[in-house]
Design a protein around this ligand. Structure first.
Ligand code: ADP
Ligand code: MG
Length: 325
């Protein structure tokens, strides 16, 4: 079983950033309002994510770290309409098989919490442990037992940069959640969580200080789809290729089809060359989009890709065309 989990870890846990991403997704799925992240040595030595979410019952802890055990979907119908960020039940067992892993959790009503340690895939016993309502997961010494994988980890600051990329991406979609990050014991980030993305430092960090002053609000709906967020005015010339954030039902995804629709809208209005800067959220019936395309969940497949493309194009064209007047 450990071997199978380690093989799965190859797809889900590529580097410390993927661990952070999966743990933060779990915290968000658990309804966390505040997430505390402590990192050491670019996450290679330690990743600790604590949330104030729903928590896990002591008897459920062994299940949470078992392969393909997810509490988020129960049937094939659920899989066709995933509303959570996680659904594959692979992240915890994968990371627990390639690290010194510890999970402590307590449900709101419970008298105390419980802890489970797993060392390189070998689980210990569930023991009582004090913990505020919510969950803490610790991943230490990533890949310590898989030298071939460990070898591919980069310098501390490179791994940290990857983590920060993911945190920015996740945080942008949830300005209602407070997120604090420390690295080697020093404060690294603090995003407040008051819900106003346009004023939020997380937006400034992701898209540049001037983006907010040069952003056009998007909020268009039709044909069961909604597109909202902000795009840079065509005159905002500072954008680079990595200032493009796209979310489908709250999940950050890469999608050529939508990226193409955005580019097309820009170039048809008046804007040529350059990369448009944007943070856009597309919402649709979860049955219209398959999220189970890849273990890392970075891609989706639309049932009606053409319809989505044309909706995004028309929505953005309408917003951009106003700037021409
Ligand atoms: P998935 O997120 O795909 O369900 P994971 O391996 O990430 O799979 O997590 C397994 C299960 O453990 C989840 O389905 C959930 O029930 C539980 N779990 C994990 N992290 C948390 C958390 N932070 N708070 C509450 N429950 C959690
Ligand atoms: Mg998960």
């Amino acid at each position: 079983d450990t071997l199978i989990n380690q093989i799965a870890a190859g797809e889900v846990v590529e580097r410390p950033a993927s661990v952070v991403k999966e743990l933060v997704e779990n915290a968000l799925d658990a309804g966390a309002r505040r997430i505390d992240i402590d990192l050491e040595e670019g996450g290679i030595r330690l990743i600790r994510v604590r949330d104030d979410g729903s928590g896990i019952a002591p008897e459920e802890l062994p299940l949470a770290v078992s392969r393909h055990a997810t509490s988020k979907i129960a049937s094939i119908e659920d899989l066709e309409a995933v509303a959570t960020l996680g659904f594959r039940g692979e992240a915890l067992p994968s990371m627990a098989s390639v690290s010194r892993f510890r999970i402590v959790s307590r449900q709101a009503g419970a008298a105390h919490g419980a802890e489970l340690r797993i060392d390189g895939g070998k689980p210990g016993q569930v023991t009582p442990q004090a913990h505020p309502p919510g969950t803490t997961v610790e991943v230490r010494d990533l890949f310590y037992n898989v030298p071939a994988r460990r070898k591919f980890l980069r310098a501390e600051r490179t791994e940290l940069a990857h983590i920060e990329d993911w945190l920015r991406t996740l945080a942008l979609a949830r300005p209602d959640v407070e997120i604090r990050v420390t690295h080697n014991g020093k404060p690294l980030r603090r995003w407040k969580g008051d819900g106003h993305l346009l004023n939020d430092v997380r937006l400034h960090e992701a898209l540049g200080q001037e983006f907010a002053h040069n952003a056009l609000a998007v909020d268009q709906a039709g044909a069961g789809l909604r597109l909202h967020g902000w795009i840079a005015r065509p005159t905002y010339h500072r954008a680079s290729a990595d200032q493009q954030y796209l979310y489908v039902n709250g999940r950050s995804v890469r999608d050529r089809n939508i990226a193409h629709a955005v580019r097309q809208a820009y170039s048809d209005v008046l804007y040529h060359g350059r990369h448009p800067a944007y943070v856009l959220f597309l919402e649709l019936d979860p049955r219209g989009v398959d999220v189970n395309v890849h273990p890392a969940k970075h891609e989706v497949r639309f049932r009606e890709a053409r319809l989505v493309h044309d909706f995004v194009y028309r929505s953005l064209h309408a917003v951009l065309a106003q700037t021409r007047a």
